[in-house]
Design a protein around this ligand. Structure first.
Ligand code: NAD
Length: 262
């Protein structure tokens, strides 16, 4: 299937590792120019070189979502692009913590970066995409939006807020050829997943292998997902063929979320 991505421009946030990197690599493999965004310039340049070595096209922009000036610079970079067809709005996970007892300063800081920051970038992309008559906005969420994860109270709450925004925006831009969806990872093998297993092992006083085995036991597929499997879903949703999918939350979780509907 020709995904119709050749010659398109995709901005991928959180592209220095994990799900963002995997998405960027596959979008590039399908012929899109990818603008790689994250905090670590060196890591982004290594991925850019690797993409180019594979025959793809990439560029780099540094942005820390916690830095409002950097966010504004990213917005202006997006506004100045010759074209913008795909935005993968992704970032690190909000700070861990259980309810009750998370202090107000944590809520404020995380809300500013992970809700307002993402909305600022999403809005800039949506305006530009509306003008061109084509756009694919993909926001990376979490299975915790459907089944809250007890130790990730901030993530459960703020991602749901972003979900409300994405659904609202989807309706406003659909008639302009712009789709807005969220992609919800369950447990996909990245450095973040490894770090979570290490933290769980420490908290339970068990080995990392044991913590991982317990986690895998909750997944019907019997394994963690591979980043390329996640990137493949993002890439399809970014394609011309996915033009009738909007306002949806697509799970990539090996069946881990047990509910039928929301
Ligand atoms: P990761 O930690 O491996 O990568 C996160 C990326 O975001 C990196 O490129 C990092 O540099 C970037 N980033 C982090 N903080 C940033 C900031 N302040 N400003 C700009 N960029 C920043 O995570 P991942 O496993 O690739 O997951 C990506 C997203 O999906 C995260 O929000 C994560 O919480 C969520 N998620 C992942 C899984 C999973 O199984 N991997 C499951 C549920 C949710």
């Amino acid at each position: 299937m020709d995904l119709g991505l050749t010659g398109r421009t995709a901005v991928v946030m959180g592209a220095s590792q994990g799900l963002g990197e995997a998405s960027a690599r596959q979008l590039a493999a399908e012929g899109a120019h990818v603008l790689l965004v994250a905090r670590r310039e060196g890591a982004l340049h290594e991925i850019k070189q690797s993409i180019e070595a594979d025959g793809g096209s990439a560029s780099v922009t540094v942005c820390d979502l916690f830095d409002s000036t950097a966010r504004q610079n990213l917005v202006e970079t997006l506004q100045g692009l010759p074209r913008l067809d795909v935005l993968v709005a992704n970032s690190g996970g909000p700070a861990p913590g259980m309810a009750p007892g998370i202090d107000a300063s944590t809520w404020t800081r995380e809300f500013d970066a992970m809700v307002l920051g993402l909305i600022q970038v999403i809005d800039a992309a949506a305006v530009k995409m509306k003008e061109s008559g084509f756009g694919r906005i993909l926001v990376i969420g979490s299975s915790g939006m459907v089944v809250p994860i007890p130790k990730l109270a901030v993530s459960n709450t703020l991602r749901s807020a972003v979900g409300g925004y994405v659904k609202t925006l989807a309706e406003q831009v659909a008639s302009f050829g712009v789709t807005c969806n969220m992609v919800l990872p369950g447990r996909v093998e990245t450095l973040r997943t490894q770090a979570i297993d290490q933290a769980t092992a420490k908290a339970l006083g068990v080995s990392e292998e044991d913590a991982r085995a317990r986690s895998i036991a909750t997944i019907p597929a019997g394994r963690y997902g591979e980043p390329r499997e996640f990137g493949a879903v993002v890439t399809f949703l970014a394609s011309e063929q996915a033009g009738y999918i909007t306002g949806s939350q697509i799970r990539v979780d090996g069946g881990a979320i047990r509910s039928i509907n929301a």
